[in-house]
Design a protein. Sequence first.
Length: 187
Amino acid sequence: MSSIVLIRHGPVAVKASGLLSFQAFAAFISAYEEAGIEACARPPAQLIPILRRASRIYASDAPRVTETLSRLGATADVVDASFREAPPRAPRLPGQWPEIVWLALARARGAFDPALAPARADLRRRVRTCCDELREAALQGDVALIGHGWFNRAVAKDLAAEGWRQTGPGFRRPWGHLALSPPPGET
C-alpha cells in the first residue's frame, strides 16, 4: 500500500480585518466560500513532486481548491463537494468581535450545538467515505487529497486511529500538508 498525502488549499484572496458584527462575519464567510486564492500565492516547491508521484488526485470543488490545483500544475481525477468542510456557523451575538473570536465561536457551536448534530453526523459519514476511497486508491499507488484544513484534520485523525503514520507540517497554514504512511505490515 502506498502513501496518502492531504494538502490544504493556498491562501484565500478574501481577508477580514478589525472588529466584525455578526452580519459582517456572515458576509465574510459567504465571500470566503466563493473566493479563489491570492493572485501572488505560490505553492511550496516540495508539493509539486508529491503531486506528480500521485497516481490519483482527489479534490474539493471549492474555488480556492480549484485554484490551488492550478497553481500546483495538477488536475484532479475526482472533484467532489463531499470533500468540502461545512462553512463556520457562528451563533448570532450582539457586538463586534475579531474574526478569530467568531471562528472559535463557530467551531464550538459546530461541535456542541444539538441543532447541528445532523451536520456533525454528515461530516463523520463523509470523512469515513473519504478514508475508504483514499485507502482503496492507495492500493494502486500514492494518492493526494487537496482540500480544507478542518476536513483534512478529520481524515488524518481517522487514518491515524487505524495506525497510519503522519509526517509533515499539518494544516495550520495555507499549503499545509501531511503525508500518511500505511500501518506496519500493510506496505
